[in-house]
Design a protein around this ligand. Structure first.
Ligand SMILES: Cc1ncc(COP(=O)(O)O)c(C=O)c1O
Length: 473
């Protein structure tokens, strides 16, 4: 679909939210954006001339121009004088036709802006001194160094940590990965054939939605309540929507910062057993509940269901280390190792040795991170309430982010592009929600004090330019 006709684009937009909250231009931008992100208007598509498209959509030309301006500011479309507006092609370095993932948007969006969009420690400043010499390499691996399952010394130390936290684990049940994102991808590629339905929380970790679309898997939202996903929601996803696997964040949730209560965690484990449903539990943030001990793993609670656990050093230590792991029964690890080697022959040995050294300091790092994160969440939340009066969020019990509802159903994607013009990158809710999250933002509070202060002053300025919502009858 290189140059769709006016009627094709109008048909694609269908009954776009011509009614509802937010300005008409913001709603039109929202609808166009969702079609672009779903690849229904792929990169390179030339949009019809503005006058014709505005007529077909029954909006004024200035409304269409404002909507396109919003998309231009997000880098989703470009236009040159005298030629058509086009959906942005991926940069030349990308694989031809590769969709622009949410992760790529979050990593690339900020430029020199203050980045509240990406949920990660801001720098490696809090790490202890670590070093690996060539003698260490030789001592650890007296051979070629390719190892798709990971260094034994690291796997043994990780297995010991799991065992000490109540989940007996052997080194053969661990595979070292390039962080948790890679571990999620490997787990889903190993366990789900293309076309399968995967149950996910709503909201969920944005990166899993990228994996689902890259692996051609279908996201089925799990119904939940204020405590989190419900066993009935899990059952509905399994029985009525064909989901055989659930991706869950049962320890500390990204983006809400919720820690599942023990009763609900236990009930979900029982439901998984009853349904014989496989779970991938993302325990990336499990050590970062502010006031409570690390919650028990679903893998320790389930009796029948297969549970694969994803972990990483990225949030206690630093994302740049790129060391995470999968914990699963050894036959699953063996399958995952075979899955991996078509595109990746293993992790860097120096990085794994650094991760092994880090584990000697891990408990101290965890304690310091919990205190720092609790302080940044409190500070961020207080300033946010002043910057965007009327916004709401549940105070997080752990983790690095807040899940914030904008007042009056404001269009979060439009606000995110305005915020970027003010020099702050934020993640609109649609990145984390399989059903849209159109009035939510995910904001990462794990930032130095001065960045929080300045970033929230900029967000306040962006919010003050938000047009009051018009609700159409
Ligand atoms: C819940 C969750 N899972 C996975 C990841 C990816 O982590 P990594 O940097 O180790 O790939 C993140 C990072 O934000 C996360 O918050």
């Amino acid at each position: 679909m290189d140059t769709p006709s006016v009627s094709e684009v109008a048909a694609l937009l269908g009954d776009w939210p011509a009614r509802g909250s937010g300005s008409l231009a913001a709603r039109l931008a929202f609808s166009l954006r969702s079609r672009i992100l779903a690849d229904l208007l792929p990169p390179g598509t030339a949009l019809p001339p503005e006058r014709l498209l505005a007529d077909a959509l029954a909006v004024s030309r200035s409304t269409l121009v404002s909507a396109l301006d919003l998309l231009r500011s997000e880098g989703l479309v470009t236009s040159r004088q005298g030629s058509a507006t086009r959906v942005t092609a991926p940069p030349a370095a990308d694989t031809v036709g590769a969709p622009l993932t949410m992760a790529a948007r979050l990593l690339g969006a900020a430029g020199r802006a203050i980045n509240f969009g990406i949920s990660a420690p801001p720098a490696a400043a809090h790490l202890p001194a670590l070093a690996v010499t060539s003698a260490d390499l030789l001592a650890a691996v007296p051979s070629h160094g390719y190892d798709p399952v990971g260094l034994f010394v690291l796997r043994a130390a990780l297995a010991e940590r799991h065992t000490a936290s109540g989940l007996p684990t052997r080194p053969e049940e661990i595979q070292v990965t390039h962080g948790a994102q890679h571990a999620i991808d490997l787990a889903l590629a190993t366990l789900c054939p293309a076309g399968d339905a995967v149950a996910v929380e709503d909201p969920t970790y944005p990166g899993v939605l990228d994996v689902l679309s890259a692996r051609r898997l279908r996201a089925v939202p799990i119904a939940g309540d204020a405590r989190g996903p419900t066993p009935a929601g899990l059952e509905d996803a399994a029985r009525n929507h064909g989901a055989r696997l659930a991706f869950l964040l049962p320890a500390v949730h990204n983006p809400t910062g919720r820690v599942l209560d023990p009763g609900r965690r236990q009930a979900l484990a029982r439901a998984l057993d009853r349904l014989e449903m496989t779970a991938v539990e993302d325990n990336t943030l499990a050590d970062l509940a502010y006031d409570e001990a690390r919650p028990p793993s679903l893998a320790a609670l389930c009796r029948k269901a297969l549970v694969v656990t994803v972990e990483t050093t990225s949030k206690v230590a630093w994302g740049g280390l790129r060391v995470g792991w999968l914990r699963a029964p050894s036959p699953v690890i063996e399958r995952s190792v075979r899955q991996r080697t078509s595109g990746d022959l293993g992790c860097s040995v120096p990085a794994q040795l650094l991760a092994r050294q880090l584990l000697d300091h891990y408990d101290g790092l965890i304690a310091a991170r919990r205190t720092a994160l609790q302080a940044s969440a409190t500070r961020f939340g207080a300033l946010l309430a002043e910057a965007i009066p009327g916004c709401t969020f549940d105070p997080p019990a752990g983790g690095l982010s807040l899940w914030v509802r904008l007042p009056d159903g404001a269009d979060a994607a439009a606000f995110a592009s305005r915020a970027l013009r003010h020099g702050v990158s934020v993640a609109p809710g649609l990145f984390a929600s399989p059903t849209g999250g159109h009035d939510h933002l995910r904001l990462c509070h794990d930032r130095p004090d001065e960045e929080i202060t300045e970033g929230l002053a900029r967000l306040a300025a962006a919010w003050s330019e938000t047009t009051p919502t018009v609700v159409f009858a």
